[in-house]
Design a protein around this ligand. Structure first.
Ligand code: SAM
Ligand code: DTB
Ligand code: SF4
Length: 339
């Protein structure tokens, strides 16, 4: 049984990336089966509740006010409108509803509306997730009291490469907000983006930062850059597809009990590449035709792929126990496999 470690060295992680592809995938799939049903994938739906004109300068983002991306800006949505979207997401089979706002941090004026959204979505029986930028301790505690299940706040890349991507806030600012979220008892969703021109060492150090956090994020989104016209990264070179799969596999091995989310960038992946990612240990997706501002595969395409692969959407079931104390999956899944 692989144990949870928080002391990975760069060389050890390099060793995983250097494994022959089949050995790496076999190891990742074996770890995956120790803690998860290999035929279940968690499905979350995303909604941008406030779009564009963000004061941050993240070089990948359509919503940064620093670049001309021709995005239509929208102010904070009404609570009722958000709840309508959440109802649709539930009807379509999502178990978690993730709401994102293009803010450096939430303002005093907007914050009560955000709390009302958390309460309303929760009442619909969905898990709630928010991503609103930096949070103060008071805001974090208020979100926890409103019943927020997850907070998404990505470190995005290695500490070294981060400075080349964002200048308006630091890597340590991100870690500070993540620590507040953890302290308030909200589950952490934290990952990043590949395909931003980072090198292999950056990818190793990015995953090492996540794996060596005092507690692994419950959810680890791995985004493949969606290139946005008008941003500084619009023409960056693609990551090689096998290297993307390796990222998923190494994330799975380093953080065995976390949900690893095959996040942005799925629209550019064929079914075969996505299924390799599931085999490598990805067990969560964003579901619905839109991410925040860019498109995602259509719901019926995802359901067709799930049917072809015998994958079931994961039921909302883990919110009564903290993930690090989930019952470990027994040998059942090995036993059920055809010999
Ligand atoms: N403004 C909040 C923040 O940055 O924390 C929340 C929203 S932000 C859009 C959430 C995450 O989406 C980013 O941290 C980044 O990892 C990912 N993301 C944003 N734009 C992307 C793109 N073009 N391609 C892939 N991932 C992207
Ligand atoms: C995450 O890691 N990926 C999501 C979510 N967290 C908020 C966002 C993806 C955004 C992709 C680009 C867009 O649609 O604007
Ligand atoms: Fe703003 Fe978030 Fe986009 Fe950065 S990633 S520009 S913080 S919306």
């Amino acid at each position: 049984m692989s144990t949870l470690r928080h002391d990975w060295s760069t060389d050890e992680i390099q060793g995983l990336f250097d494994l022959p592809f089949n050995d790496l995938l076999f190891r990742a799939q074996s770890v995956h089966r120790q803690y998860f049903d290999p035929n279940e994938v968690q499905v979350s739906t995303l909604l941008s509740i406030k779009t564009g004109a963000c004061p941050e300068d993240c070089k990948y983002c359509s919503q940064s006010g620093h670049y001309n991306t021709e995005l239509e800006k929208e102010k904070l949505m009404e609570v009722e409108q958000v709840l309508d979207e959440a109802r649709k997401a539930k009807q379509n089979g999502a178990s978690r509803f993730c709401m994102g706002a293009a803010w450096k941090h939430p303002s005093k004026k907007d914050f009560p509306h955000v709390l009302a959204m958390v309460e309303g979505v929760k009442e619909l029986g969905l898990e709630t997730c928010m991503t609103l930028g930096m949070l103060s301790t008071e805001q974090t505690e208020a979100l926890a009291d409103a019943g927020l299940d997850y907070y998404n706040h990505n470190i995005d890349t290695s500490r070294e490469y981060y400075e080349k991507i964002i200048s308006t806030r630091s890597f340590d600012d991100r870690l500070d907000t993540l620590a507040r979220v953890r302290d308030a008892g909200i589950k952490v969703c934290c990952g990043g983006i590949v395909g931003m021109g980072e090198n292999a060492r950056d990818r190793i150090n990015f995953l090492r930062e996540l794996a060596n956090l005092p507690q692994h994020p419950e959810s680890v989104p791995i985004n493949n850059l969606v290139k946005i016209k008008g941003t500084p990264l619009q023409d960056v070179e693609d990551i090689e597809a096998f290297d993307f799969v390796r990222m998923i596999a190494v994330a799975r091995i380093l953080m065995p009990k976390s949900h690893v989310r095959l996040s942005a960038g799925r629209e550019g992946m064929n079914e075969q590449l996505q299924s390799l990612c599931f085999f490598a240990g990805a067990n969560s997706i964003f579901y619905g035709e839109k991410l925040l501002t860019t498109s995602n595969p259509l719901e019926n395409e995802d359901m067709t792929l799930f049917a072809k692969l015998g994958i079931r959407p994961e039921e909302k079931q883990h919110d009564v126990m903290p993930p690090e104390s989930l019952p470990e999956k027994s040998q059942t899944y090995y036993d059920a496999m055809p010999q």
